[in-house]
Design a protein around this ligand. Structure first.
Ligand SMILES: [Zn+2]
Length: 179
């Protein structure tokens, strides 16, 4: 039997608000898309609960996920981040954050931004998305890409059909429901 996020997240101190208001809801704002991608990348090998607990720390350490600022991070920022206990201090993940910010900045010129790039390629199967993310971004394997796309409404809702959040999301007409 499938265990849904809804089954343990609803009413939970750490997961509740994220489940009710964010998970699976469409996102188009550049900083928020970058944030979600970064949080999913940082979750690799760790629990989502830990990432949610550290979320404010991530926001503070990564300039509220301002793409321009992170794209311009140099050696000083890399060392600062490696010493910041509020985030996940992993060199590969920090390097991926900076490299991916640079990619996202470039998407403004080619596709009008990250949201425009997603929209341009929609719809794709999960396998095709993973292939595209692998060649575009850093540290985006199958699980991270799949989770990211579900969490922003590009792949089918991770909510139970009888979950109140599912109904709220359906009213917002997320990309995966268009087809
Ligand atoms: Zn749910």
């Amino acid at each position: 039997m499938t265990v849904y996020y809804c089954d343990f997240a609803v009413g939970d101190d750490v997961h509740g608000a994220y489940h009710d208001q964010e998970y699976g809801f469409p996102v188009t704002d550049e900083s928020r898309l970058f944030e979600r991608l970064l949080l999913e990348i940082n979750q690799a090998g760790l629990s989502w609960a830990l990432i949610l607990k550290k979320r404010e720390g991530f926001r503070a350490a990564y300039d509220d996920f301002n793409v321009d600022r992170v794209a311009d991070y140099g050696e000083e920022d890399r060392s600062r981040l490696m010493q910041d206990a509020r985030i996940i201090r992993n060199r590969l993940k920090i390097n991926a954050a900076i490299a991916n910010a640079q990619v996202i900045r470039n998407l403004r010129g080619s596709h009008g931004g990250f949201a425009g790039w997603l929209r341009h390629h929609h719809p794709l199967s999960k396998a095709e998305w993973v292939k595209l993310f692998r060649k575009t971004f850093r540290f985006t394997g199958g699980e991270i890409t799949g989770e990211f796309l579900m969490s922003i409404g590009y792949l089918p809702s991770p909510h139970r059909e009888d979950c109140p959040a599912y109904k709220k999301i359906a009213l917002l007409n997320p990309p995966w429901m268009e087809n």
